[in-house]
Ligand binder design. Structure first.
Ligand SMILES: *Cc1c(COP(=O)(O)O)cnc(C)c1O
Length: 401
């Protein structure tokens, strides 16, 4: 999106506000699909937790995506957006047997990641085909919080437990129709990804009724000009070759599945804030915006460095700023950032604000969660209103004190 289009959105809907560019989402989807166009059956399941607005889900449906969900509520959102249960994968971690049974009842593809639940679910529902999330014990990912495939990780069934897993499958007579791995976010080294894939192929030889192999996600997207990103095209070439060879040896055309979140929506999103105060201190110049980590927690949570552009003065001279929020707690978005000169009331655009931004927003400091807008067909469409004071009171129960 262009700077004046973003300004237009801020003018029309106020700030703070999230804006998503539908064309950019389509571009990313098509780029991934193209990189794997030599696989006979490709399925791209969008990871709902990245950004779960119904308009985004519907947009991805029109592109041909399925969904990857991690809670029964995400499953229900997917169904509400018009996805069929067959197009929804349910990949929970550490949830109750009851929740998994409820999801199975809705008809979605179940993915189980521990032996205890596998044994219980298989005993009660041997007719329901299940996918298995394995842990290939590969160290990958950009940050320990988002690296989920290593040996200390709580995710997946260890590949060293395959004998026990096979015993459960045999005893319960359940069907394993898919194998899955998701080793973490921000994977840069595609050789690490390919190495983990080999472990998935090796494990797959133990199962006779597979219909798909799910390679998860974790593609790194660039955060600023010149930043590194996963080479999707090179991965497509190499993995396609290995996957097709595996299918040949396996004796059946399987579906190759991915479940990207960030890759599809991160760069499509912008978070627009207004500068309330420019505050000179003895050590820096703060630009204080009308938001905080209640709306965008990634910089404070895992040091994410979102590019920040002053779209009210895009061609001004550059100065150094510390961009902070209004939360009564340290609330830093960026330190020592070179940004074109900021005046009070200027609109700052945070980039890469599509994934894990609104979906992690809260009401901390009793602030409203912001509105969301989809830029679609050259028009700004409101897809979520800003919360109101009633929303803050809605679930509170008043008692006599
Ligand atoms: C979060 C998650 C994803 C998406 O990861 P991205 O880094 O956003 O692409 C995919 N699969 C599972 C199981 C997840 O938990």
């Amino acid at each position: 999106m262009l700077e004046d289009q973003l300004l237009q959105v801020a003018k029309k809907f106020g700030s703070p506000v999230y804006v998503y560019d539908s064309e950019r989402i389509a571009m990313q989807y098509n780029r991934l699909a193209k990189a794997f166009s030599n696989v006979s059956q490709l399925k791209i399941n969008y990871a709902v937790k990245a950004l779960s607005n119904l308009a985004i889900l519907k947009l991805l449906k029109t592109l041909g995506a399925g969904l990857d969900t991690v809670s029964i509520q995400e499953v229900k959102l997917g169904l509400a957006a018009g996805f069929t249960p067959q197009d929804i994968m349910y990949t929970p971690n550490g949830v109750s047997l009851e929740e998994i049974e409820a999801a199975a009842k809705l008809g979605v593809q179940i993915n189980i990641d521990n032996l205890s639940i596998l044994e219980q679910f298989g005993t009660k529902h041997p007719q329901t085909p299940v996918c298995i999330r394995i842990n290939p014990h590969v160290m990958a990912g950009g940050n320990t919080n988002i690296s989920v495939g290593h040996i200390d990780s709580k995710f997946g069934i260890s590949i060293h437990q395959i004998p026990h897993l096979l015993r459960i499958v045999e005893n319960t007579q359940m069907t394993i129709n898919g194998l899955h791995m998701h080793t973490g976010s921000d994977i840069l080294d595609i050789d690490v990804f390919l190495y983990a894939s080999e472990i998935l192929f090796e494990t797959a030889k133990n199962f006779k009724a597979l219909t798909f192999l799910d390679f998860g996600s974790g593609f790194k997207v660039p955060y600023h000009a010149g930043d590194a990103e996963t080479n999707i095209e090179a991965l497509g070439k190499k993995l396609t070759k290995r996957f097709n060879a595996f299918c040949k040896a396996y004796g059946k055309e399987l579906t190759l599945t991915f479940e990207p979140g960030k890759f599809l929506v991160s760069e499509a999103g912008f978070f627009l804030t207004k500068v309330n105060v420019v505050k000179q201190t003895t050590s820096t110049v703060f630009a204080q915006v009308d938001s905080g980590f209640n709306h965008l927690i990634r910089p404070m949570l895992y040091g994410a460095q979102h590019d920040i552009v002053n779209i009210s003065n895009p061609n001004g001279r550059e100065r150094f700023y510390s961009v902070v929020g209004y939360i009564c707690e340290t609330d830093t978005f960026a330190n020592n950032r070179r940004i074109t000169e900021i005046a009070e009331d200027d609109i700052l655009a945070f980039k890469n604000a599509g994934a894990y931004c609104f979906s992690m927003a809260s009401n901390y400091n009793s602030r409203y969660r912001p509105a969301e807008v989809l830029w679609h067909g050259g028009e700004a469409k409101l897809i979520r209103t800003q919360e109101t004071f009633e929303d803050l009171l809605k679930n509170q129960v008043e008692i006599d004190i």
